[in-house]
Design a protein around this ligand. Structure first.
Ligand SMILES: Nc1ncnc2c1ncn2[C@@H]1O[C@H](COP(=O)(O)OP(=O)(O)OP(=O)(O)O)[C@@H](O)[C@H]1O
Ligand SMILES: [Mg+2]
Length: 369
């Protein structure tokens, strides 16, 4: 959902679950002993996903894709005419995290707000059809559902190309009375959950003050613009991408892994987190925990993705669910890494299922025998 970095840096000690065996890691280089991938253990964790209840609080977005063929140039103006073929809509932002959790078999308690508009009704209808309890997603005429519409042009046998994106967004802050009701709903839903996932895309449904009021076993955070404002509010772990952590500290990582190390450990300390997982696009992930060296995890599968839209939402969904199921942060990161590698091979804003993660794990277990 944002511009991706395209870096070429290679990391030392990369752990690649895609190349690991059932009994542990078989990656090259000097691997720390605690970086092993135990596929049997990961399979057990995935099997227990349906026993977990996750509350998701955040900014619900609708991702729309309108596709068609370019038929001709208009005579009204020098513009291309796209002949409409189809329109599809998928949950985006916090709603994408919810959708991923649902497809992973978890019980999900979504909390947020949508507008009394077409986008809001589509999102609620989508989740109702999947059997999700939407009673704590408010629908208000004082709010606009953020809707990102991509226009995609292509011919039958060509790859489609995005030619335009039109965003509908709220023009104001979330009204105070709605903010109070969201906080109240989050408070109620968090109490019965194994973990709370905060997906703050900067639209105002989730905030540091809301996080402070939660009564949750663990709070996992994805914040696009204000990671550091979540200091001292009881967040357990966070999954920023590399550009977000660079922006937070006005620093550049570039090809310097040492700088990533410094920033990661600094952010983990500043936010008093148990773990910080930095996602790095095609460069994989880096996990920071107290008293551990940085663990670098190379991507699972191909580095030629089909569509990276929403990959970060899939990552935090799996990371949260795995930790709720009793995973160590390293195990949770490894599972999230499998999921990230799978989801970027799917078109549009997509989800990953339990069966897909299990199949990737079993595949890796067999190829190493
Ligand atoms: N180019 C790529 N090749 C392979 N895997 C990728 C690529 N881009 C992303 N991924 C996978 O998806 C994960 C999350 O991607 P990324 O770091 O881009 O998150 P993000 O920027 O937060 O995503 P979002 O746009 O959803 O906010 C990566 O850690 C990796 O597993
Ligand atoms: Mg992200």
């Amino acid at each position: 959902m944002k511009a991706k970095k395209d870096k070429q840096n290679k990391l030392p000690n990369a752990v690649n679950p895609g190349k690991s065996g059932a009994s542990g890691v078989r990656a090259p280089g000097r691997l720390p002993a605690d970086s092993s991938v135990d596929i049997g253990r990961l399979l057990d964790l995935v099997a227990s996903f349906p026993q977990q209840t996750i509350c998701v609080v955040g900014d619900f977005v609708l991702d729309e894709f309108v596709s068609g063929e370019i038929s001709r140039i208009s005579r009204e103006a020098p513009v291309l005419i796209l002949r409409h073929r189809k329109a599809e809509a998928y949950p985006g932002g916090a709603a994408n995290a919810v959708n991923n959790l649902v497809d992973l078999g978890a019980r999900v308690l979504p909390v947020g707000v949508v507008g009394s508009d077409e986008g809001g009704s589509k999102l609620l209808g989508y989740f109702r059809a999947k059997g999700v309890n939407v009673s704590r997603i408010l629908q208000s005429s004082h709010w606009t559902t953020t809707t990102k519409t991509r226009y995609l042009a292509g011919w039958t046998h060509t790859t489609e190309q995005q030619v335009l994106r039109v965003d509908r967004e709220p023009q104001t802050e979330v009204p105070a009375n709605l903010q109070a009701r969201i906080a109240d709903n989050a408070h109620k839903s968090s109490r019965g959950s194994d973990a709370v996932l905060i997906s703050d895309y900067g639209l105002g449904a989730a905030s540091p003050s809301l996080a402070r009021g939660l009564h949750a076993k663990r709070v996992m955070l994805d914040s696009r613009y204000r990671l550091l404002e979540y200091r001292h509010v009881g967040v357990t772990a966070a999954t920023p991408n590399e550009p977000e952590i660079e922006a937070a500290y006005h620093a550049q990582v570039g090809n310097d892994v040492g700088r990533l190390d410094d920033l990661g450990h600094r952010a983990r300390r500043d936010l008093s987190l148990e773990a910080l997982l930095v996602t790095r696009g095609k460069d994989g992930m880096a996990l920071f925990e107290p008293n551990h060296p940085t663990r670098h995890i190379a991507i699972h599968g191909s580095d030629a993705p089909v569509d990276v839209t929403g990959a970060g939402d899939t990552v935090i969904a799996v990371f949260t669910l795995a930790v709720a199921a009793g995973a160590t942060y390293l195990e949770a990161a490894q599972l999230a890494n499998y999921a990230g590698g799978i989801v970027v091979m799917k078109r549009r804003t997509a989800t990953v299922t339990r069966a897909e993660i299990e199949s990737a794990l079993r595949h890796d277990a067999t190829i190493d025998r």
